[in-house]
Design a protein around this ligand. Structure first.
Ligand SMILES: [Zn+2]
Length: 259
């Protein structure tokens, strides 16, 4: 264990590096307490941060952290299929657009392949895709349902080298841009909340049981699915130009030659 002492009184939450260290420290402590390690032997940060961010009730946090397997939250394959379709359409449009502008593009589905000298690398991920050029990394999260998770977005902003996340909420017809620089004070408060809660958990001798009901997975009716798909297909076509436009702007793409 690293010799960082969690001293909540001497913590300057405006110190970004210190915040990251605090979060690392907390995650490694929680991981060792609940035996939460990934295949690579590292603490399962996503699970830990999501559980801490979600429940003010320590019993609920413990329950979540003690789940043996990663529960496949019974997402209807229908939504997964919508997600896949939207990501595939977006990837090909980006590839086409950027290639026509004279850039050398590679698409990878794995993180650590070496694609040598490309201008922009497009990575397919389970949330959507990421784009990387010489100076910037951009995450694009594709959302087909109505849900949105701030803790997930904050986690990406804190964990990755990525400064900007674009959330394409298709059915809401929204393209939201989250920027780490602009969100700095809020990210700091988020880290502090996670650490304080973890500290409360780690220092509790006894955690009483609770009666909180966990949400059972919701099954939409046939009519609802039908409606959802109609919304989705209309909104996808309608918002595709917007999302492409915003991606290019965020990457500061200037055409290399006339299109
Ligand atoms: Zn509870």
């Amino acid at each position: 264990m690293e010799a960082i002492v969690l001293n909540l009184h001497k913590w300057d939450i405006h110190n970004h590096e210190q915040n990251k260290m605090m979060l690392d420290y907390i995650c490694s402590n929680i991981a060792s307490r609940f035996n939460l390690y990934g295949l690579n032997g590292m603490p399962r940060r996503a699970t830990i941060i999501e559980a801490l961010a979600r429940y003010p009730c320590l019993t609920c946090v413990v329950e979540k952290l003690s789940e043996k397997t990663v529960k496949n939250e019974a997402v209807d394959p229908f939504y997964k299929e919508c997600h896949r379709l939207a990501v595939n359409i977006l990837v090909e449009e980006l590839f086409y657009l950027l290639t026509r502008m004279g850039y050398k593009i590679a698409i990878s589905t794995e993180m650590d392949l070496d694609y040598g000298k490309v201008d922009i690398l497009i990575n397919l991920t389970n949330y959507g895709l990421s784009l990387k050029n010489a100076t910037k990394r951009l995450i694009i999260e594709v959302k087909t349902g109505n849900s949105i998770s701030f803790s997930q977005i904050f986690r990406y902003l804190l964990d990755s080298k990525c400064n900007t996340i674009i959330v394409w909420r298709i059915r809401k017809r929204q393209v939201l841009v989250f920027n780490a620089q602009k969100l700095k004070p809020l990210l700091a408060e988020f880290v502090r909340m996670i650490c304080l809660r973890a500290e409360r958990l780690l220092s509790s001798k006894q955690i009483p049981s609770c009666q909180h009901v966990k949400n059972v997975s919701y099954q939409p009716s046939q009519e609802e699915l039908q409606q959802a798909f109609e919304d989705f297909s209309e909104a996808l076509v309608e918002t595709l130009p917007t999302v492409l436009d915003i991606i290019l702007k965020q990457l500061r793409i200037i055409p290399k030659q006339n299109v």
